[in-house]
Design a protein around this ligand. Structure first.
Ligand SMILES: Nc1ncnc2c1ncn2[C@@H]1O[C@H](COP(=O)(O)OP(=O)(O)OP(=O)(O)O)[C@@H](O)[C@H]1O
Length: 920
């Protein structure tokens, strides 16, 4: 064997040994790693086991018995203990810190022992609420937190509630008394923290009708505690949902996400806190209840509403803390985790709770009955509010708390109902007073119309007894019960204003009044509130007024909201509301409902709140009358002495520069000489205008006939009513006289009715005093006069007004005809036909329509361009009204006026009062 071979073998052997060595090393390492891993696994398993029973119990728990004495177990235990003490070393001060924290977050009754507060009235009435409410205490072993072994450290346990969290309590069998004590303790801490009335508690127990938390019985006489019917969970959830909706709207409109944010920003508690305690029985709620409950829970906290659920299995939205009872003293809570047992506070002494509840109830009742007057509705400083977004004012009080009325986007229009004497007018005064004191006349304009007989709004306009007026009022209409046209005129006016506002909004490319005011800061865009008391009169008859009023009201109700035009419709219940059947649009848009005691149909059908409302109260409902929107309010006396009139005077002095309102008083005949339309007349017009009466419209306008040199420009007064005929011709003549310089026009006063002669002469004297030629021609001379004027027609120059009183009286004479010659009637017809273009106009009074027809003959109706009908039936007038059907039943002090050159149909006019008639 050669040396080479030997060397080769030695190399192979060496290599193999090296390989064996490496493999040995690798196997050894793997074995070690394996045993390390197994060791680790055992450790982890033991750890898991220890953790599952708890470190403190590891020494005794049977599940770990087999490992006792196992060094691995000893190592695990010592390791875990070192971890725990390392962890708790940082937390050595934890219990003390917790105690300090609870003391600061749960001050006074929220966290202190009951002996310090139980039975004393709460005082807190500001915007904040304690963050935590104590329920008991818990302990930890001192050794575990780096203290001397064997010591225990205890700390207070508290839960959040108001504005913060809901609470879900789960019992175990035979712990109902403990749960009641826990809930009672919490509620009593809350009720004793706040001023009486600031918290409202709702109790519902699926299994009990009345005996829920019996120590609170005294409070259930007030609205601080309401015990709900076990079979009507839906009512409670509805009520809560209503509060949430209302409060949400209120806070969002003010620009805040929650009631708490609103309170903190304004520094005022605007709403009570509400706590609803629902006792279930551990069984699932009906699906529809569960759905509603979840919906309520998700919006409740932001509305200051907290739920306390006892044995109601559900997963709530929003933040929820839990308390799970272990037995009748101990519980665990999500606040401290499952590892810490809470020793619940002992029950409050029952007798003392009942006494405390009675004291709170008494304080609430005292506040409720406390003297709240009209002055309490008023702000300390007038005119500070802005109406861009809404109008808001308290109108009354509930248990000392102001109850607001809001007129705005969600509640644009209001319906007020109540039987006669129930206080509607008083309510309106409270509302108007509250609004007028808060908003300046630049922010709020009022249009007030009362269809009742009587003068309930008359005091708002200047009167004989009181020269002051309400500066916000632009129009006051009283005694309009027979003038439905005036209601129509108001609606037309509002409708025009709505169009004007919507055109302006379009121009500024905005969609509502708030945006318009922002885009046009120098514009004048007050919110308009139109109050129509006894509005059902508008719909009193089946006629064109009703039809027009309906369509205008519907349009205003639908579109007024965005233009800041609001309707407040008041009525004695049934009569008024009946007027709505068939007009649901108006009814539905009136989402603000005010029901006076015993009002029917104002609220939703199933809502009986008005039936039980006490005297001088109102149910204020911003939810279309649905029960959950009910707010009962005591309305202070706003119409007695030292109430509204005093406020009005103050406002009048403050806003003196805002002009006086237009007063339309249906019971008073207007005076021609007080009318701007008359006093402003002056010579120089080529179209002189003969005024005949006051027009029924919002502006103080007169009806007049223009008498230019054009065919048909004559005026006929029709009917047998002498006083009114005299009034119309008197006003027409006097107004024409003002439009001609002395000597430039002739007024020929032809009087065929003897008993009018004195009046006619008096008029003639007045005209002469003004420098006009105004001869008075008696009946006997009339035929000659007419013949003469007819003959002169071709060469007539200058204006001549032939005012004829009782033309029909001379008809027989005029009809006298000599063969081959024209009769007096022919002359009169000629004057009527050809006169106007020559500057001669006839203003004639015929005491019957038939007589006028006789005068005109066949086809002459066109020569009467305008007429005023007095005590004449509408059916007689068709011929003079382009054949259209005329709806008119004569009524005292009113006439019907038609001018074919300007009117589509006749209009009601109010003849002026002639002072001369008083002396007749
Ligand atoms: N809240 C109140 N406090 C004290 N007195 C009141 C109150 N409300 C109304 N009154 C008084 O009751 C009487 C009737 O009230 P009001 O005129 O407001 O009732 P109404 O419902 O408008 O009745 P009607 O429809 O007959 O006019 C008035 O004398 C008024 O002063």
């Amino acid at each position: 064997m050669g040396r080479k071979v030997v060397e080769q073998r030695a190399r192979v052997t060496h290599a193999l040994e090296a390989l064996r060595h490496r493999i040995g090393l690798a196997l050894g390492a793997a074995g070690n790693a394996h045993s390390d891993a197994e060791h680790e696994l055992t450790k982890l398993r033991l750890e898991q086991l220890v953790l599952s029973v708890g470190l403190d119990r590891a020494g005794t728990d049977s599940a770990l018995a087999e490992y006792r004495g196992d060094p691995a177990m000893a190592a695990v235990l010592s390791w875990l203990e070192s971890v725990r003490s390392r962890f708790y070393a940082d937390w050595a001060d934890g219990p003390d810190e917790l105690r300090r924290l609870v003391a600061s977050a749960a001050p006074g009754p929220a966290g202190r022992p009951p002996s310090e507060w139980l039975g004393k009235l709460g005082t807190e009435d500001g915007p904040a609420s304690p963050g935590l409410w104590r329920i008991g205490e818990a302990s930890v072993d001192g050794a575990s937190v780096g203290r001397t072994p064997g010591t225990t450290l205890s700390f207070d346990v508290a839960v959040p509630l108001l504005d913060e969290s809901h609470l879900s309590i789960t019992s175990v069998p035979k712990t109902r008394a403990t749960v009641d004590a826990l809930v009672e303790n919490l509620l009593m801490r809350v009720l004793s923290t706040f001023a009486p009335g600031a918290v409202k508690v709702h109790l519902w127990d699926v299994g009990q009708l009345t005996a829920v938390l019996p120590n609170f019985y005294a409070l259930s006489r007030t609205s601080a505690v309401t015990v709900h019917d076990p079979t009507r969970l839906v009512d409670l959830l509805d009520e809560l949902a209503g509060h949430i909706r209302r409060i949400h709207t209120q806070t969002m409109q003010a620009g805040y996400a929650s009631l708490r944010a609103l309170r903190e920003a304004t520094g005022k508690r605007v709403e009570p806190w509400r706590i609803a305690v629902l006792y279930g029985n551990g069984e699932d709620l009906a699906p529809e209840h569960l759905r509603d409950l979840k919906r309520v829970a998700s919006g409740a906290l932001a509305a200051g509403i907290s739920l306390v659920l006892v044995d109601v299995p559900t997963v709530l939205g929003g933040s929820v803390e839990t308390i799970s009872l272990l037995d009748d003293r101990r519980a665990v809570t999500s606040m401290t985790g499952a590892g810490v047992e809470v020793r619940l506070d002992s029950p409050l002494p029952g007798g003392q709770v009942a006494n405390a509840a009675a004291r709170i109830a008494e304080a609430i009742v005292t506040r409720q009955g406390g003297p709240r007057s009209f002055a309490d509705l008023l702000p300390t400083e007038f005119g500070q509010e802005c109406s861009a977004r809404e109008l808001r004012t308290p109108v009354g009080f509930h248990e000392g708390e102001p109850v607001d009325v809001v007129i705005g986007d969600a509640t644009p229009h209001a319906l007020i109902g109540g039987p006669s004497g129930s206080g509607k007018t008083n309510f309106l005064y409270a509302l108007l007073g509250g609004l007028a004191a808060r908003y300046s006349p630049d922010e709020l304009a009022l249009y007030l119309l009362d269809f009742k007989e009587g003068v309930s709004f008359a005091g708002l306009a200047p009167g004989k007894k009181d020269e002051s007026w309400l500066p916000h009022a632009r129009l006051v209409g009283v005694n309009v019960n027979t003038d439905r046209e005036f209601g129509l005129a108001l609606l037309r006016f509002l409708s025009d204003e709505m169009r004007r506002r919507s055109a302006a909004a379009k121009e500024f490319e905005v969609t509502n009044i708030a945006e318009l005011r922002e885009a046009d800061p120098n514009g004048h865009w007050p919110r308009i509130v139109a109050v129509i008391d006894e509005f059902q009169y508008l719909f009193a008859e089946r006629d064109s007024v009703t039809a027009m009023a309906t369509s205008l009201l519907e349009d205003l109700a639908r579109r007024g909201r965005s233009q800041g035009i609001h309707l407040i419709l008041a009525s004695q219940d049934i009569a008024g509301i009946d007027a709505f059947w068939g007009k649901p649009a108006v009814f539905e848009q009136c989402t603000l409902r005010i029901a006076m005691p015993k009002a029917r149909r104002v609220l939703a059908e199933s809502n009986q709140a008005a039936v039980s409302a006490p005297r001088w109260h109102a149910v204020v409902n911003h939810e279309s009358g649905v029960a959950h929107g009910n707010q009962l309010a005591h309305i202070p006396d706003a119409s007695g002495k030292n109430t509204f009139p005093v406020l009005q005077r103050q406002l009048w002095q403050r806003y003196a520069s805002h002009g006086r309102p237009r007063l339309f008083d249906g019971a008073v005949a207007p005076r021609l000489d007080e009318l701007t339309a008359f006093t402003a007349l002056a010579p120089g017009s080529s179209r002189p205008r003969a005024l005949v009466g006051l027009s029924i419209e919002v502006a103080d306008n007169a009806h007049g006939v223009e008498l230019p040199a054009a065919p048909g420009r004559n005026l006929a007064v029709l009917g047998s009513s002498t006083a009114e005929a005299l009034s119309v011709l008197d006003a027409a003549t006097r107004s024409l006289a003002r439009q001609h310089a002395p000597g430039t026009a002739e007024f020929v006063l032809g009087c065929a009715v003897d008993r009018c002669l004195d009046d006619v002469r008096a008029l003639g004297d007045d005209l002469a005093a003004l420098g006009h030629k105004a001869p008075v021609v008696p009946a006997s001379e009339l035929p000659a006069l007419i013949a003469e004027r007819a003959a002169q027609l071709s060469e007539a120059d200058g204006e001549c007004y032939l005012v004829l009183y009782g033309v029909d009286a001379v008809l027989p004479a005029l009809e006298h005809k000599e063969p081959g010659r024209p009769s007096g009637l022919d002359h009169l017809r000629a004057l009527l036909k050809q006169g106007p273009v020559k500057g001669l106009h006839v203003l004639g009074w015929w005491r019957g329509v038939a007589r006028l027809k006789d005068t005109l003959g066949f086809g002459g109706t066109e020569d009467i361009g305008a007429w005023v009908a007095l005590d004449v039936q509408g059916s007689e007038l068709a011929a003079f009204c382009a054949g259209q059907v005329v709806h008119w039943a004569p009524r005292a002090g009113r006439a019907l006026f038609f001018d074919r050159s300007t009117h589509a149909s006749p209009e009601v006019t109010v003849p002026f009062h002639r002072p001369e008639a008083d002396h007749a």
